[in-house]
Design a protein around this ligand. Sequence first.
Ligand code: IMP
Ligand code: MG
Length: 192
Amino acid sequence: MSVKPTSPVPVRWRKEVQSVLITDEQIARRIKKMAREIERDFRGREMVVVSLLNGTVIFLADLIRQLNLPLRLDFIGVSSYGAGTKSGELVFTKELRLDVRGRDVLLVDDILDTGKTLSRVLPKLKALKPRRIKICVLLDKPARRAEKIKADYAGFSIPDFFVVGYGLDYAERYRNLPFVGVLHPHVYKNKI
Ligand code: IMP
Ligand code: MG
């Protein structure tokens, strides 16, 4: 699903956010549809949701409350070094604790960009011998893909903008915006 800018940026954020790319209503509607798709594929089997910290927290909270099937939830912490807009070196900050052997896993991330994050996480998860792994992301930025990774469920396909909000950050800020917005380049160029 592609998106076009629709609604004005709330006054509070106008200096830092240049446009609202996806509104909270659009996100909510899309998540309901994704949840129905996931339910259909998992056919009531209990799943282990493995969510990548920290960017997924808001998406995850909304997604799992729409899933009408049994699930267990765990997290893997990943962080790319540095505070910039480019993915740097990846470090694991929290390991998975649930046993996923023989289980159906739903791997959740906020955005699939270059694919480097998921291509590091997937082999780690596969080594734990789950029955299958399905990948679910809120956003997909196909223009920047460098690794051969595809999401099984992707909320919105977006152009190559640096976006923040609804869990996504720039230097750990803006995660609390209820919408997905395009960050003004001056924010990361001049570091205001
Ligand atoms: P990848 O490893 O390049 O696929 O990027 C995945 C990670 O980079 C995401 O989980 C985000 O944390 C971060 N990221 C990529 N693009 C954006 C963006 O436009 N805004 C905020 N974070 C992003
Ligand atoms: Mg991030």
